[in-house]
Design a protein. Structure first.
Length: 379
């Protein structure tokens, strides 16, 4: 990255494409004219994005950040490095600090730690050359393959691809509104303009399976596209008895310009008492933290490429997860976000799914469900 001016947003650019020869890199470096600003956050974000999208995508890559000072453009590069790692980007961020003070060193060390890399300190030209030689060797070191344990055996307990012209007899629709759902072309389309959820008293078009879950461990997977239009969109997949007793995997959207987030949440209600666990798919913890450039592509991917929403049971522990078809994570596989576990001693009810808004906003929520499957998992 090169910064040739005083504008933190406009004067950061790619000096050379990935794969350039040493001579080309040296020429670009010699032509740089530093003017005082240090936009570490923006440069780091651009570098991570560029490198993570470069083939091959299933090979771990490294970013080497070199700086002679602290971030001076109101960014948070330490959090950017952490977020990239949390989002499953297969990349390490190594950092070289050249003649920096303690405040800058603390920030640069934080970036390296959060990025899964190493920090190298250089006080003079000789030390800088040594640091560069070392970081290049570290960045180019061969990554040992991870030994993966044998996958557990699985068996399909139930699957519905919604291939007919109506819902099969396996389903019961509660508070049916024929104008808000249809089965066609191998999909179940659900639309809702109501603020409602599984904890609502009488949710419209609550779809329940007329089967009990299998004994033992299982995964319940729902393949869908979610077109988030209201900024308060939500979709539930769970085991439902009534509004006071259920456990569910929920994906919801909350957008307050210019910030927002997409979250996967595990909800458990037992006699009206709630416990939950959640993880951000994208976005920020609070609007005061600023905007997030990763939010827009996540929403587009959910609507265009789709996702898999999962509720899993292992023993008496449950997790919720969301896997995004259009967003690449580790080893070129879809990015998957999984919550922490919650415990439920009993199954509250049969499988259920529904769509709605968790707060009243203009517009409607729209989903296209391609398939639901329940997989028995043997240890």
């Amino acid at each position: 990255m090169a910064n040739n001016g005083k504008d933190c947003r406009k004067d950061v650019s790619y000096a050379n494409p990935i794969g350039s020869q040493r001579e080309e890199l040296a020429k670009s470096i010699n032509e740089l004219k530093p003017l005082g600003k240090t936009p570490i956050d923006l440069s780091l974000s651009m570098g991570i994005t560029q490198l993570s999208n470069t083939e091959p995508t299933d090979v771990q890559k490294s970013v080497v950040l070199i700086s002679d000072g602290i971030e001076t453009c109101d960014g948070d590069p330490c959090n950017t490095a952490l977020k990239a790692k949390a989002d499953g980007i297969s990349m390490k961020v190594h950092v070289v600090g050249f003649n920096v003070d303690q405040e800058a060193r603390n920030q640069l060390e934080c970036i390296a730690e959060n990025g899964g890399g190493q920090y190298f300190d250089a006080e003079d030209t000789a030390g800088f050359q040594l640091a560069l030689d070392t970081v290049v060797k570290v960045a180019q070191a061969k990554v040992e393959p991870v030994v993966v344990a044998a996958a557990p055996t699985t068996e399909v307990f139930f699957r519905d691809g919604f291939d007919g012209e109506a819902l099969s007899e396996d389903w019961t629709m509660t508070n049916e509104d024929e104008d808000a759902y249809i089965v066609e072309e191998g999909e179940l389309l659900l639309v809702s303009s109501k603020p409602q959820g599984l904890n609502s008293g009488e949710p419209t078009n609550l779809l329940q399976l007329n089967k009990k879950m299998p004994k033992g461990d299982w995964d319940m997977n729902l393949k869908l596209k979610l077109d988030a239009q209201t900024t308060r969109d939500q979709f539930y997949l769970g085991l439902y008895k009534d509004p006071q007793n259920y456990i569910s995997s929920r994906v919801y959207v909350r957008i307050n310009n210019p910030c927002g987030k997409v979250v996967v949440q595990l909800d458990r209600y037992s006699k009206g008492e709630r416990a939950f666990a959640e993880k951000n798919i994208a976005g920020l913890k609070a609007c005061g933290e600023g905007s997030d450039p990763s939010l827009a592509p996540i929403l587009e991917s959910m609507a265009d490429e789709g996702m898999v929403l999962t509720l899993s049971k292992r023993g008496r522990s449950y997790t919720a997860s969301a896997s995004l078809n259009g967003i690449v994570g580790d080893a070129g596989t879809p990015r998957t976000v999984t919550t922490d576990e919650l415990t439920s001693l009993r199954l509250p009810g049969p499988p259920a799914l529904m769509i709605g808004k968790w707060e009243n906003r203009p517009g409607e929520v729209l989903s296209f469900i391609d398939e639901i499957e329940i997989i028995k998992v043997a240890k």
